[in-house]
Every structure is written in structure tokens, then in C-alpha cells.
Design a protein around this ligand. Structure first.
Ligand code: NAP
Ligand code: G4F
Length: 348
């Protein structure tokens, strides 16, 4: 038991947000139990550099596809706060594995909520659901808590089920359950197949990049700010749903330009569509090409959130900007190249 006397359970603790949230809660005196699905290869990279050995941190095998396991984990850990971050979180991959995505992201959430109900824990355990701005689909920006949902990927459809079942258990059974509708948030711990990390890595290594849709716009914030917002939601007097976003968006092309600029390279663009190229202004070398393999069967063109409710009700304000995020990601990749590590315990 930590100094606060509180216990948290995090599904998906080995992911980007899981690592930042575990650190955030441990710093506040929580005992943290993290669930990770079994993996044949090393899945604890993000937890190294201090978290794994930290007193109060406990790692368990746990899977959102296994109801019995979830029930036993709740019984064993008796959490005050449950953060359901576990998911198949890659939108493009969800078109390849839609059934598995639905099983984990949608039914997994139901299984966890049912476990709370079956154990009669609704008066003790508060529940956070990792909902997503993907649920808005191509609804016009800015999107907020009142924007109608219009999912356009198997990932978003599964997350929408999880969003509604979370609200249902709040209304029907009195679970203190909150949806955080989070816009894209990144960090040096972002998975390597997401576009920001892919760009940062190529820039730091001096490699050329093949990308998909350069025009897509996202509201990119920093994961460190967003895990703080998750926690704030569960400290309120009453459960509710909140958008977390920066309120500004940029295109993938903007991210490329900013990342190269941070490394001292100016990119100019030539050509259209599949023939578009990003070129080094100084050397004329091709740095970026467009590869249709990275296009999606359905694309979400522009996300930009309105975080007014979170600002007014939670007092949540992001501390990182687009520019500091890009710089941190490129610098972290450069450190990695020199033999350093992405460290969740790194200075804030
Ligand atoms: P992430 O890095 O992909 O982490 C997801 C975690 O879920 C990983 O630890 C993964 O483990 C785990 N997981 C996968 N299948 C599981 C299963 N069957 N049972 C239990 N855990 C499972 O994602 P993230 O960026 O940290 O995002 C955290 C959550 O927020 C996700 O639910 C995501 O969909 C949601 N979200 C993210 C963003 C964002 O911009 N980052 C925005 C909105 C919502 P393995 O790695 O071992 O598979
Ligand atoms: O980095 P992405 O793969 O993130 P995406 O699809 O926006 O999803 C992330 O944010 C969601 C919140 O809105 C989360 F719910 C979800 O779990 C995940 O964390 O792609 C961002 C944009 C897309 O429009 C994509 O088409 O970048 C475009 N893109 C262009 N080239 C690319 C690439 N995306 C990837 N992954 N790889 C490319 O080469």
C-alpha cells in the first residue's frame, strides 16, 4: 500500500500511456498493479529504467480477453482506481484484424465492467475508459463532448461500443465510470508504427521516409499531459466524460517539416499525390516519398478537439506544445542511436 493508501490497476501497462501513468501514480504514493497480456518477446521495454523495480509496482499477466483472469485480478488487488488502457490501438491494423480488435477493445471493456459488477465493487472502484477521438470520424472540427460520433474504422467502432457500455454501467449500476475522449498523444515511448515516432526515428537516423496520407491533420499532444488528465477525471465528485486535446492541429506534412527543421534540415515539396516528394533544400536529396501501402481503406481527415470542459471542470491544461513534443521525440531518437534509452523516468 502506498502513502496515499490507494491502489490502482492498469490494463495495458506495457504501452505508452501505461508507462507514463504508472510513473505518475507511483510518484503520488499509489500502489500500482499493471496487467500485461502474455507476449513471447520482450514487452517490458517501456517499464525499464526504474519502474519495474520500483517499490509499489507489481506486474501481472492479465488479458482483456479472459473474464476469469480479470475477476481474479480484481479480487487479488482490490483497486480503488481502474484504468482500462489495454487495447489493439493501431487504427490501420484494425482493418486487418477487426474481430480481434472488437474482442479486446469492445468486449474487453465489457468484461472488466462485468467483473466490477459481479464482485459488487461499484462502491469502491472508480473506472477510467480510454476512449478515443477516432470515434468522431469525419465530424467537422473542433470536436467536443457533444459532437455526434461517426466512426470510420473497426478500431473506432469497437471503441464506441466501449464508450457506450461504460456510460451504461455508470447509469444502470452506479459505477463511477468516466470516458476520457483523448485526441492523439505522443512521446518518445510511442509505438514505432505510429506516424510521429516513425518520422522522428527517420529524421534522427538520417534515413528517407515512405509515408501515406500527408494531408491528414491530427491534434497532437504529449502523453505525459494526458495521463495527468485521466487521473484528474477519477478525482472528481461525480463521474463524467471529458475530451482531452490541445485545440490545435497540424498535418502529417507539418510534422515532417518540424522534425527535419529541429535537426537543421529544410524540406521543400514537389509533385502531387503519389508523386509528391519532400526534398532537402540544401542537398536536393529525396527525404520523403508517398507509398500507397500506408493509405487506409477509410481515412479520418482532420481531428481538432475542444478541451474547454476539461479546462473548466478539471483545471486540466496541457503543458507541452507541438514544437516541444516534436523536439523531444527527435532528440530522444538521437539519444537512442547513441546507445541511450527512452526512459519514462526521464526529467520532465
Ligand atoms: P499502446 O502503446 O498500443 O498500449 C496498449 C496496451 O494494451 C499495450 O500494453 C498492449 O500490450 C495492451 N494490450 C493489447 N491487447 C491486450 C489484451 N488483450 N489485454 C490486455 N492488454 C492488452 O497504446 P497507448 O497509446 O498507450 O494508448 C492507451 C489506450 O488509450 C489504448 O486503449 C488506446 O486505444 C487509447 N487511446 C490512445 C490514444 C493515443 O493517441 N495514444 C488516443 C486515444 C485513445 P502489448 O503491447 O503487449 O500488445
Ligand atoms: O499515427 P497514426 O497511426 O494515429 P491515428 O490513426 O490517428 O490513431 C492514434 O490516435 C487515435 C486518437 O485519435 C487513437 F485512438 C489511436 O489508438 C492511435 O493512438 O496516424 C495518424 C495519421 C493518419 O491519418 C494516417 O493515415 O497519419 C497518417 N499517416 C500517414 N502516413 C500514417 C502514415 N500513419 C501511420 N501509422 N504510418 C504512416 O506511414
Amino acid at each position: 500500500m502506498g502513502v496515499t493508501g490507494k491502489v490502482a490497476l492498469i490494463t495495458g501497462v506495457t504501452g505508452q500511456d501505461g508507462a507514463y501513468l504508472a510513473r505518475f501514480l507511483l510518484d503520488r504514493g499509489y500502489a500500482v498493479h499493471g496487467l500485461r497480456p502474455y507476449a513471447a518477446t520482450d514487452d517490458c521495454e517501456r517499464l525499464r529504467g526504474g519502474l519495474l523495480d520500483r517499490p509499489g509496482f507489481h506486474l501481472h499477466h492479465g488479458d482483456l480477453a479472459d473474464s476469469g483472469n480479470l475477476i481474479r485480478m480484481l479480487q487479488a488487488t482490490k483497486p480503488d482506481e481502474i484504468y482500462n488502457l489495454g487495447a489493439q490501438s493501431h487504427v490501420a491494423v484494425s482493418f486487418d484484424v477487426p474481430e480481434q480488435t472488437a474482442d479486446v477493445n469492445a468486449l474487453g471493456t465489457l468484461r472488466l465492467l462485468e467483473a466490477i459488477r459481479a464482485l459488487n465493487m461499484q462502491d469502491k472502484a472508480r473506472f477510467y475508459q480510454a476512449s478515443s477521438s477516432e470515434m468522431f470520424g469525419n465530424a467537422p472540427a473542433p470536436q467536443d463532448e457533444n459532437t455526434p460520433f461517426s466512426p470510420c474504422s473497426p478500431y473506432a467502432a469497437a471503441k464506441l461500443y466501449a464508450y457506450w457500455i461504460t456510460r451504461t454501467y455508470r447509469q444502470a449500476y452506479g459505477v463511477f465510470a468516466c470516458n476520457g475522449i483523448l485526441f492523439n498523444h505522443e512521446s518518445p515511448l510511442r509505438g514505432a508504427e505510429f506516424v510521429t515516432r516513425k518520422i522522428a526515428r527517420a529524421v534522427a537516423r538520417g534515413e528517407s521516409l515512405a509515408l501515406g496520407n500527408l494531408d491528414a491533420c491530427r491534434d497532437w499532444g504529449h502523453a505525459r499531459d494526458y495521463v495527468r488528465g485521466m487521473w484528474m477525471m477519477l478525482q472528481q465528485d461525480a463521474p463524467d466524460d471529458f475530451v482531452l486535446a490541445t485545440g490545435k492541429n497540424h498535418s502529417v506534412r507539418d510534422f515532417v517539416v518540424a522534425a527535419f527543421a529541429h535537426a537543421g534540415t529544410t524540406v521543400t515539396w514537389s509533385g502531387d499525390g503519389l508523386a509528391e516528394k519532400g526534398i532537402c533544400a540544401r542537398s536536393g536529396k529525396t527525404l520523403v516519398t508517398v507509398d500507397p501501402r500506408f493509405f487506409r481503406p477509410a481515412e479520418l481527415h482532420s481531428l481538432r478537439g475542444n478541451p474547454a470542459k476539461a479546462r473548466e471542470r478539471l483545471g486540466w491544461v496541457p503543458e507541452h506544445t507541438f514544437e516541444t513534443l516534436v523536439a523531444e521525440m527527435v532528440d530522444a531518437e538521437a539519444d537512442l542511436m547513441r546507445g541511450g534509452r527512452h526512459d519514462v523516468l526521464a526529467a520532465e
